[in-house]
Design a protein around this ligand. Structure first.
Ligand SMILES: Cc1ncc(COP(=O)(O)O)c(C=O)c1O
Length: 379
């Protein structure tokens, strides 16, 4: 290993982060009451899903542990192709292409979809994976104000070339939803190609968790959607859904699809079984919605002098300005075994630091009630 003295330049940057109370650290699992994970429907901890995966694995012909290559070389399987068709049909699209993660899907899609001279417009709160994909693209790019249709229209009017628009159906750090119907109308008016990231919407919105595009019946209005499997689906990976032409294009030009080892069979089986479970999960989704409503009633503005970001999703945010202040409240709640986490500057803008609470089917009303009381006592 290179001498520590030669790595001082790294330590200096870390020190700067620490001085802003913004140093990121890894923590391991803690057994606290989970108000933090993305396991909205409890799939990641579902013994039923584990059994389904084990059974499917036993009965599926498999000749190797790893996939042993990229999809374009030795890594493709009939299982992957059938799964993609099944996922596309579930969400109401002609085709789907699997990626190893949502990060890969967004990087791979946005880096190749627009050409030099085209424009990618994105919501200012769009996920880092879309931003990183856009940065790799040769197209022009700029953001519009969060969920602001007027600003979006202005930005579209001044855009050049073919125009792409990137939004999330549920914003990951705020939990609020995009006004997708209005956005779809604007996109149609100006022939803008709409791309929607459904990472936090799958499993939560739409009949049988098909997502927000399905709930609003906008399948024919979008150019592409990204569904990720690491959140409500309880496993990992992602797909880009759209047309057969889009799928063929991505197979040819999307570098995070082309230059990586394909997901092995066990991962594909996990995704397949998670979809089987999702089909039967309408009751669980209703339970989740009830928990969200219960949380909203307990954290009503009339009960607390707090800034709560309006949200109908399983992500609920309580704004406590300042890294130090939000960390103090979080630390108080953690001492009481509540697994809540602070979202700090620079992940969110200064002044909008927050506690991001994720709700799950397995959070009881009593837990939510105690959390609300303790929160009030801590601020
Ligand atoms: C909106 C959004 N898109 C994409 C991703 C990336 O998905 P994955 O965790 O599967 O890489 C995330 C996860 O943090 C997300 O919140």
């Amino acid at each position: 290993m290179i001498a520590i003295s030669n790595q001082q330049f790294l330590q200096e940057t870390l020190n700067k982060r620490a001085a802003e109370s913004a140093l990121r650290k890894l923590t391991v699992e803690n057994g606290w009451i989970d108000f933090c994970s993305n396991d909205y429907l409890g799939f990641a901890r579902s013994t039923e899903l584990t059994k389904m995966i084990e059974n499917e694995f036993q009965t599926t012909k498999n000749i190797r542990n790893g996939s042993s290559g990229s999809r374009l070389l030795a890594g493709n399987t009939e299982y992957a192709e059938v799964l993609e068709k099944k996922i596309a049909a579930y969400h109401g699209f002609d085709a789907a292409l699997l990626y190893n993660s949502g990060y890969d899907a967004n990087i791979g899609l946005f880096s190749c979809i627009a050409k030099r001279g085209d424009t990618i417009i994105y919501d200012e709160l769009i996920h880092a994976s879309v931003r990183d994909g856009v940065r790799l693209s040769f197209a022009n790019n700029y953001s519009f104000k969060h969920n602001d249709i007027e600003d979006l229209e202005q930005k579209i009017k001044s855009a050049k070339g073919r125009i792409f628009l990137a939004v999330e159906s549920v914003y990951s750090m705020d939990g609020d939803c995009a006004p997708l119907k209005e956005i779809a109308i604007i996109c149609e008016k100006y022939s803008v190609l709409l791309i929607v990231d459904e990472a936090h919407s799958i499993g939560v919105f739409g009949k049988n968790g098909k997502g927000m595009i399905s709930e609003l019946q906008l399948e024919k209005k979008v150019f592409a959607t990204v569904f990720t499997f690491g959140k409500a689906m309880g496993c990992d990976g992602a797909v880009v859904c759209g047309s057969d032409i889009l799928r063929n294009y991505l197979i040819n030009f999307s570098r995070s699809f082309i230059y990586t080892t394909a997901k092995p069979l066990h991962g594909l089986i996990s995704i397949n079984c998670a979809y089987e479970l999702l089909k039967q999960s309408q009751e669980a989704i209703t339970t989740l919605k009830n928990r969200i409503r219960y949380f909203q009633s307990k954290f009503d503005k009339t009960n607390h002098s707090l800034t709560k970001i309006e949200s109908e999703s399983s992500i609920q945010c309580l704004v406590i300005p300042g890294n130090e202040s939000v960390k103090r409240v979080v630390s108080n709640l953690q001492k009481l075994n509540f697994d809540v986490r602070a979202i700090l500057y620079p992940t969110v803008p200064k002044g909008l630091e927050r506690i991001r609470i994720c709700l799950h089917t397995y959070n009881t009303e009593t837990e939510i009630e105690i959390l609300a009381k303790q929160f009030q006592a801590s601020v």
